[in-house]
Write a protein that binds this ligand. Structure first.
Ligand code: NAD
Length: 315
């Protein structure tokens, strides 16, 4: 039997629990990996100088003192989308590269959007709760089909694109709005969508789904004025970031029948404090589970492992 021999590419400390596939890939390609998913900040400060790279998920905060103590640190990798738990500015100042895996959860989120649309259209959460309460209210649960309904997608990036493709398989008409739509026309044609203005998405769609980042420009993008433009029979789906929607205005719109309902995976504050929103019957709520699939978690760890290998092989 031939034994694998590698020169050590570097030392990696994995500080949070990540899918073991990524750890295996790192080890197989010659990294020496230590896995300490419960490591505390003080211990990390005293040990970090031994490592060339840190891999974290959400638990570990990679603060300035940790980065300053990491005299051999070259890369900080976040197995996930956001970089909120990493002091990116301090890392950049020290020449430490920060990487993440924004592409990992796209399919998981897109599938959740389809699930939420079906849940709204067929009242699946209400149907489930009624049977479990011993009721048989079949005739109060008449829903509608997605076929031939109009889906409006705001933000046609990684997730918006996948939502469009999947919606087409349900025979929906797909309207697409994006601030850089001219650059995305090939993909719009590929998915059989129609590029439209922001106003058109709001006023024509049966479902409006948001797939944009939260920035100063998109904060409260959907508020009272926008709800006023939507159809009374329309539904809003937000799996992006809570503050893209003005929740107080959403409550008003739902109560006044300005729109028919909403499905939310994200909230202005998480967990959501606004009971008047989450207790409404025409709202379906999930606790930010967009990326919570086995496949997305595996992809997070595999993608950052592959990025680390590429960076260290390049030197
Ligand atoms: P992306 O960067 O691939 O795409 C975003 C798109 O939005 C881009 O094409 C951009 O041009 C467009 N855009 C930006 N501002 C816009 C505006 N004002 N109007 C119209 N279009 C605009 O992002 P993505 O990976 O598709 O992620 C989309 C969102 O999903 C992000 O907010 C992300 O944080 C969120 N997300 C949520 C979960 C979850 O667990 N629920 C998981 C992953 C991502």
């Amino acid at each position: 039997m031939q034994l694998k021999s590698h020169s050590c590419l570097g030392r990696v400390l994995v500080c949070d629990s990540i899918h073991d596939e990524g750890i295996r890939i790192l080890e197989d390609s010659g990294f020496k990996v230590d896995f300490k998913p419960l490591i505390k900040a003080e211990e990390l400060i005293s040990e970090v100088s031994k490592y060339d790279a840190l891999v974290v998920r959400s638990r570990t905060r990679v603060t300035k003192p940790i980065l300053e103590a990491g005299e051999n640190l070259k890369v900080v990798a976040r197995a996930g989308v956001g970089l909120d738990n990493i002091d990116v500015e301090a890392a950049t100042k020290r020449g430490i590269i920060v990487i993440n895996s924004p592409e990992a959860p796209s399919n998981a989120v897109a599938e959740l959007v389809i699930g939420l649309m079906l849940s709204l259209a067929r009242k699946i959460p209400e149907a489930d709760a009624s049977v479990k309460q011993g009721e048989w209210i079949k005739n109060r649960l008449t829903g509608f089909e997605l076929k031939n309904k109009i889906l409006g997608i705001i933000g046609f990036g990684k997730i918006g694109y996948l939502v469009a493709k999947k919606a087409k398989a349900f025979d929906m008409r797909v309207l697409i709005h994006d601030v850089i739509i001219e650059e995305l026309m090939n993909q719009v044609r590929e998915v059989g969508g129609e590029a439209v203005s922001f106003e058109e998405v709001l006023s024509i769609s049966d479902f409006v789904t948001l797939h944009i980042p939260l920035t100063p420009d998109t904060r409260y993008l959907i508020g009272e004025k926008e709800f006023g433009k939507m159809k009374g029979s329309a539904y809003l789906i937000n799996t992006s970031r809570g503050a893209i929607v003005d929740e107080a205005a959403l409550v008003k719109a739902l109560k006044a029948g300005k729109i028919a309902g909403a499905a939310l995976d994200v909230y202005e504050e998480e967990p959501p404090k606004r009971k008047e929103l989450t207790e409404l019957k025409n709202v379906i709520c999930t606790p930010h589970i967009g990326a919570e699939t086995v496949e997305a978690q595996r992809a997070n760890s595999v993608i950052v492992a592959e990025k680390l290998i590429k960076l260290f092989k390049k030197g």
